[in-house]
Design a protein around this ligand. Structure first.
Ligand SMILES: *[C@@H]1O[C@H](CO)[C@@H](O)[C@H](O)[C@H]1NC(C)=O
Ligand SMILES: *[C@@H]1O[C@H](CO)[C@@H](O)[C@H](O)[C@H]1NC(C)=O
Ligand SMILES: *[C@@H]1O[C@H](CO)[C@@H](O)[C@H](O)[C@H]1NC(C)=O
Length: 648
């Protein structure tokens, strides 16, 4: 855990009194769905086997077992890690993978800084003897220490990243295995600086309820002794495919790739036909060409299912053929998809849920948001300072939604060291150690997400949240760190505010009116830089006060709905305002250098009531006829500026 020593010592004082005698607990209260401030149409359907799907579609193994479901839980203190409750029942139940603040978790409590999770599992007898057993976590916020049958097997830091540990040597042959996880999640407690995105311990306005603990699927799987631990796949518009295998050890084994017919949408049947391999080789990288591939784009999101054999490890994956680049089209710097300028229009997508907080109640619910965006006419989402489960990106690949992926930001406030004389080491925004850890986790994000075709752009800093005030500006080094792992996408170094010229975009944030690629600008923005691509990284945000039944029923949120954005209680008036803003954006696409724009936002979140959908996803605000036409006009205007032609 990387934070300041004065934070640690103050916690030690605060929590010394809260120590409990774990051995005194004998019974575990049963799981019960809590009655939260707001539910969704999916809340009641979750049951106790949530998220049953295989969670990692780009690297899918056949023999696997989902460990989601009801586990035991106990809140603890910093010292808890020194007394693991081996063999002891914990007092509460929690539904994994929903974070501790959520109604679906059955806990729904705040300030879960230190936690114990406990469960048991059997390894299926039919799994090949001699294979390894891997334990996988989709994500645990923020730091997880994992024990299997009384032995510590790993510690992992960072709330958004998947991790895997080989637990074969810790397993017992007969009888169930005990799995204990200690979680430490300070969020923004005492000004700690870690990637947290929109989470805060005191939610208000544009900052929301935090997520603590396990919030993505936990599973075990069977793999041979040398197995694929990560993949880097690229497939471009000319049919060139590169498959890079990262393996669990240094051995150079035979590698084979089989490719299937393209599909649009979900795979309809299991891919167990016996096609011949398209390419064979030895070692970690295989490169081959496919003639006239059907390209991936938002209009026709063609995907090719694929099998990769590496030694004795066989996994399923998929690819989409497309090329992201930039180029000058009729005198203006543009983002190119498959060599053509495609205007990108999307929403700011927070990925919060009233019932699951950071975890959608189900894959169906998560996909509903994305399908709604397609229906309105969007072709992009800006995944805002959060990283989603892999199945989110698969849904974007299958639906044809371009993804602008933000790195989760650090806490926003600038701390004046003069206000903390008790903490002499305290520095504003982000000190070098914090920036180093931010950079380490930025690289984890690229390594985890770089094979999804839908992701077109990486965003490093949102506004100045965690952006250090140093010279030279930190963005330049962060851009280089990304390029080390991925040269196939564009980079937006700073979305909004303090731009210093790094990366491929000049990004203006302005509310409510857009200033997209315009010669005029406001406040912390800078004049449009014609050497880079112009994007309106955020605009609009206009509000509509939902009725009480569709609102987040927390007193402070209800009180604050009119304190962030403009507000009116009429959906007709909201649509009238939206039409004006979209017309203004249209003028900027026609006249200036506007190449992409992001409307704030997909859904309401807590006291922020400016979504396409209300927070419970029950009310859709856009008048679809008008919006469809307004958005099609943006694409048509871009086509007239040398962009890709639009049907209809
Ligand atoms: C693959 O499996 C076969 C049969 O079990 C075994 O003989 C061989 O050593 C394995 N190869 C590797 C690289 O593990
Ligand atoms: C917004 O709606 C909520 C719930 O119906 C209500 O309590 C609140 O007073 C309204 N606020 C404003 C500013 O209209
Ligand atoms: C919304 O706007 C209309 C038209 O200006 C106005 O008559 C109405 O009072 C407004 N409603 C609220 C709740 O602000």
């Amino acid at each position: 855990m990387r934070f300041f020593s004065c934070f640690l010592s103050s916690l030690g004082v605060t929590f010394a009194l809260a120590a409990t005698n774990l051995n005194a607990r004998a019974n575990t209260a049963p799981y019960e769905l809590k009655n939260g401030p707001l539910d969704t149409p999916w809340t009641q359907k979750v049951g106790t086997n949530p998220w049953p799907e295989y969670p990692r579609p780009l690297l899918e193994r056949k023999d696997w077992k989902n460990l989601n479901g009801v586990w035991q839980y106990q809140n603890t203190n910093a010292d808890g890690i020194n007394q693991p409750p081996f063999g002891v029942d914990l007092p509460q139940s929690v539904l994994v993978p929903f974070c501790l603040e959520s109604a679906l978790s059955g806990v729904m409590e705040s300030n879960r800084l230190y936690s114990w999770y406990r469960t048991h599992f059997d390894v299926p007898r039919e799994w090949p003897a001699g294979n390894r057993v891997l334990l996988n976590f989709g994500a645990v916020d923020y730091e997880a220490t994992v024990f299997v049958n009384g032995k510590k097997v790993t510690t992992h830091t960072g709330g958004y990243w998947s991790f895997t540990v080989d637990i074969t040597d810790q397993l017992s042959k007969d009888g169930p295995n005990e799995l204990l996880v200690f979680v430490d999640d300070p969020t923004d407690k005492d000004m700690v600086q870690i990637p947290i995105g929109k989470q805060t311990l005191s939610p208000s306005h544009i900052f929301y309820t935090p997520c603590s603990g396990i919030w993505q699927t936990v599973w075990i799987e069977s793999a041979p002794s040398t197995y694929i631990s990560n993949l880097q796949i690229t497939a471009d518009m000319h049919g060139k495919v590169e498959v890079k295998v990262e393996a669990s050890d240094e051995s150079k084994l035979p590698i084979e790739v089989t490719l299937h017919e393209p599909r649009i949408g979900k795979p309809t049947e299991r891919r167990d036909d016996k096609s011949e391999p398209i390419a064979k080789g030895t070692g970690s990288t295989l490169t081959f060409n496919v003639d006239s591939p059907k390209l991936w784009s938002p209009d026709s999101p063609n995907l090719y299912d694929m099998e990769i054999k590496y030694g004795n490890d066989t996994i399923k994956s998929y690819i989409g053929f497309r090329t992201i680049s930039r180029g000058v089209v009729e005198g203006v710097e543009r983002p190119l998809l498959n060599g053509e300028f495609v205007f990108q229009f999307g929403t700011l997508d927070q990925g919060f849920w009233p019932d699951g907080i950071y975890t959608a109640p189900s894959v169906e619910a998560m996909t509903y948001d994305l399908e709604t965006l397609k229906k309105i006419g969007y072709n992009m989402v800006r995944k805002h300072i959060k990283v989603e489960p892999a199945l989110f990106y698969r849904a974007c690949d299958e639906l044809g939604l371009l993804v602008i992926q933000d790195m989760p930001s650090l806490r926003t406030q600038v701390i004046d060291p003069n206000t903390r004389p008790d903490c002499p080491g305290w520095t504003p925004v982000a000190d070098p150690k914090t920036t180093q850890e931010f950079g380490r986790q930025l690289e984890l994000m690229i390594q985890q997400l770089r094979s999804y075709p839908s992701i077109v752009t990486w965003v490093i800093y949102n506004e100045e949240w965690g952006q250090p005030r140093v010279n030279p500006p930190a963005e330049f080094e962060m851009v280089d760190r990304i390029r080390k792992h991925d040269t196939t996408r564009l980079i937006n170094s700073v979305s909004g505010w303090h731009d210093h010229g790094a990366g491929d975009f000049h990004d203006n944030h302005h509310y409510a009116n857009p200033q997209c690629g315009t010669p005029f600008y406001s406040r912390v923005a800078t004049p449009y830089d014609p050497k880079r691509i112009a994007i309106q990284g955020e605009f609009a945000g206009i509000g509509h006060n939902a009725s009480f039944e569709n609102s987040w029923k927390v007193e402070r949120s209800l009180r604050e709905v009119d304190q962030t954005y403009e507000l009116n209680a009429s959906i007709e008036i909201w649509n009238y305002r939206a039409h004006i803003l979209l017309s203004e954006l249209l003028g900027q696409v026609e006249r200036f250098a506007c190449s992409a724009a992001v409307w704030t936002q997909t859904t309401d979140v807590e006291g922020e009531v400016n979504g396409m959908l209300t927070y419970d996803r029950r009310v859709l605000r856009p008048d679809l006829k008008v919006w469809n036409e307004d958005i099609r006009n943006l694409y048509r205007a871009a086509a007239r500026r040398g962009g890709r032609k639009v049907e209809g």
